[in-house]
Design a protein around this ligand. Structure first.
Ligand code: PGA
Length: 263
């Protein structure tokens, strides 16, 4: 079976609508050119700021670029000043949503229980989720990797019920590797991904083998190849290097040439 990697950019709080559209159009045209010479493209997504969602989705319509959001609220609607619902994201053209990014957990105090409600709501709405997990440096140094990943996965996905593996991706993002230029080694990533897979199997059974697990944390064109060589790494979630088209394209090119046939 051919399993193409998934490459998702997380733009965080960067880019105006105009910048987003220019980036999407350039990326889409490069993917279009490459598609003429390769059989399988990687799956490419961009998680853009809310304000750029509608414009970026429109620019990406009919192309190989998928547009998503970086967060959502768990309620259908209501008096939640400053929040945005899953239905609103879908109305703006979002194809997926990131839930539980470490910046949401640590800077905005989002708990496992709150994240679980968001995932449940996304599932109810048929929205594809990239669910982020990962330990901080202290937890790693205390030898608590399994405990942390297990807690985040068990609580985050509790009661979610049967899943469609096409609608759920997990991103392992060690907090100490995010935005630090200090990526995990491929071995560290593989070890953590295998633990994630084990916990996903405890929750969902054998279908968990089909859930893509992305690595995130200081991914660049220089290290993506080594991550994609690991058996439990099905792609990457890219922050800083996704803001620059040349850097992001370099990552995609390596995914294309180095790891097109993973399965
Ligand atoms: P980084 O961010 O690639 O800049 O380390 C990754 C992320 O936060 O998803």
């Amino acid at each position: 079976m051919v399993q193409t990697p998934t490459i998702v950019g997380n733009w965080k709080m960067f880019k105006t609508q105009e910048e987003a559209v220019a980036f999407v159009l350039e990326l889409a045209s490069r993917l279009e050119c490459v598609k003429k010479i390769v059989e399988h493209l990687p799956s490419v997504g961009l998680a853009v700021p809310f304000t750029a969602l509608a414009a970026a989705s429109k620019a990406a319509a009919g192309t190989f670029v998928r547009i998503g959001a970086q967060n959502m609220h768990d309620a259908d609607a209501g008096a939640y000043t400053g929040e945005i619902s899953c239905a609103m994201l879908q109305d703006a053209g979002a194809d997926f949503v990131i839930i539980g990014h470490s910046e949401r957990r640590h800077l905005f105090g989002e708990s496992d229980v709150f994240l679980n409600k968001k995932i449940t709501q996304a599932k109810k709405n048929g929205m594809k989720v990239i669910f982020c997990v990962g330990e901080n440096l202290q937890e790693r140094e205390e030898g608590r990797l399994l405990e942390i990943l297990s807690r985040q996965i068990q609580l985050g996905l509790q009661g979610v019920g049967d899943i469609d593996p096409a609608k759920l991706l997990v991103a392992y993002e060690p907090v100490w590797a995010i935005g630090t230029s200090k990526a995990a080694t491929p071995q560290e990533a593989q070890e953590a991904h295998a633990l994630c897979r084990q916990e996903l199997k405890r929750t969902f059974g054998p279908i968990a083998d089909k859930i893509p697990i992305l690595y995130g944390g200081s991914v660049t064109g220089g290290n993506i190849g080594s991550f994609l060589g690991e058996p439990d790494v099905q792609g990457v979630l890219v922050g800083g290097a996704s803001l620059d088209i040349e850097k992001f394209w370099q990552i995609i090119e390596i995914a294309l040439t180095g790891a097109q046939y993973l399965g």
